[in-house]
Design a binder for this molecule. Structure first.
Ligand SMILES: [Zn+2]
Ligand SMILES: [Zn+2]
Ligand SMILES: [Zn+2]
Ligand SMILES: [Zn+2]
Ligand SMILES: [Zn+2]
Length: 364
């Protein structure tokens, strides 16, 4: 494969700058970091210092690159070229227990000639990762004050803690269609880094389908200004949640763990800016502590924690427990609906953001 073939897509938009700083660009083989010698692989997810190292990285070429490249291309086309879009009825082929299956869709005549079909299916599953993950986490549980199963519920209030809110109404309408008794779905999006304009929400229409209209099913979207969960909790907008789903626990709740000195028993003396940094860390820790308490304040609320690392989720569960005793409803497990999104994690390793999940509840 020619490393330079194919158009290049710039995924480094303004809202990605922060990610770039946090996930430094290094050679995927030798970790060379000098920007002047680095170039990006065509998928824009990986960099190399030399053609030699690019060819040496067989694992990425065989297992990740085509997939990431196709998805990045299709996402780009979906945004720029309206002739490529998610066909209106395609979501009718999806199922809440399996998502959208390419093998099934490819057999349907009206889709089978679509050039980008596999990629579109992947993109749909990426967007469906939000409702599918929530459903998967809750499907064996009693939800809401009366501890009903999801299929019995008529109303559901979910707080989604994530910097990139999924407001594409087709994905949430799919959730309603799959749970026919559910007539009211209330979604609140909260994050201290909330970015409303993101890859999922370039064109938003909030029209319900005719079936939902006739059954008077509603979805409410409550989108908060960027703020901590505890600030939302003490605001007038607060509504009691049945479910709090935290996607990307590490970024949303555990910021302090990355900043704080690793050896707490032997703290280094702090001067000037470091003192300010320590004050910032202390404030963030207090913010998180209050948020942990607030998320488990309501007796019946189920908190779903989702992230790329089992260890981070386990640490987060401990932090919740320190703030208020909790019960672990389901221990950390793999999430079958994690979508394709990858990011460069610790040591430059490519990770899936929604790989693991766990559910907890306050002990009252
Ligand atoms: Zn290298
Ligand atoms: Zn690549
Ligand atoms: Zn509908
Ligand atoms: Zn994360
Ligand atoms: Zn803060």
């Amino acid at each position: 494969m020619d490393p330079n073939c194919g158009p290049r897509i710039c995924i480094y938009s303004e809202d990605n700058v922060e990610k770039l700083i946090n996930n430094a660009r290094v050679c995927n083989v030798c970790y060379e970091a000098r920007p002047e010698v680095l170039f990006d692989c065509r998928c824009c997810a990986i960099s190399y210092c030399s053609i030699a190292h690019r060819f040496q990285d067989e694992h990425h070429m065989l297992h990740g690159c085509d997939y990431l490249y196709d998805c990045a291309m299709a996402n780009w086309y979906l945004r720029k070229h309206h002739q490529l879009h998610i066909p209106d009825c395609l979501l009718n082929e999806a199922n809440i227990n399996d998502g959208l299956q390419f093998e099934k869709v490819a057999k349907i005549p009206k889709y089978s000639s679509e050039k980008w079909l596999e990629t579109i299916v992947n993109l749909v599953n990426e967007r469906l990762a939000f409702p599918l993950t929530i459903h998967h986490a809750l499907k064996k549980m009693g939800v809401g004050e009366q501890e009903k199963s999801l299929s019995e519920l008529t109303s559901l209030t979910i707080h989604i803690v994530h910097h990139t809110p999924m407001c594409d109404p087709r994905m949430w309408e799919f959730f309603l269609h799959q749970l026919p008794n559910l007539i009211e779905l209330n979604l609140t999006f909260i994050s201290q880094e909330l970015k409303l304009y993101n890859k999922y929400n370039s064109r938003i229409s909030v029209e319900r389908c005719s079936d939902c209209k006739s059954k008077q099913r509603i979805i409410t979207y409550n989108i908060q200004q960027p703020m901590h969960y505890h600030e939302y909790f003490s605001s007038n907008d607060y509504v009691q949640p049945d479910v709090v789903a935290v996607f990307d626990v590490d970024n949303e709740l555990m910021i302090s763990s990355k900043l704080s000195p690793s050896d707490k028993s032997n703290p280094v003396p702090l001067f000037g800016n470091l003192k300010a940094l320590q004050a910032e860390i202390d404030k963030e820790m207090a913010d998180s502590f209050t948020s942990f308490r607030n998320m488990t304040y309501i007796k019946h609320t189920i908190v779903i924690l989702i992230d790329y690392s089992e260890k981070i989720i386990e640490d987060c569960v401990k932090s919740f427990h320190d703030a208020r005793p909790i019960n672990v409803l389901s221990p950390v497990q793999k999430n079958p609906f994690c979508g394709f999104s990858r990011f460069r994690g610790p040591q430059g390793v490519c990770c899936n953001k929604n790989k693991y999940l766990c559910t907890i509840q306050g002990k009252h």
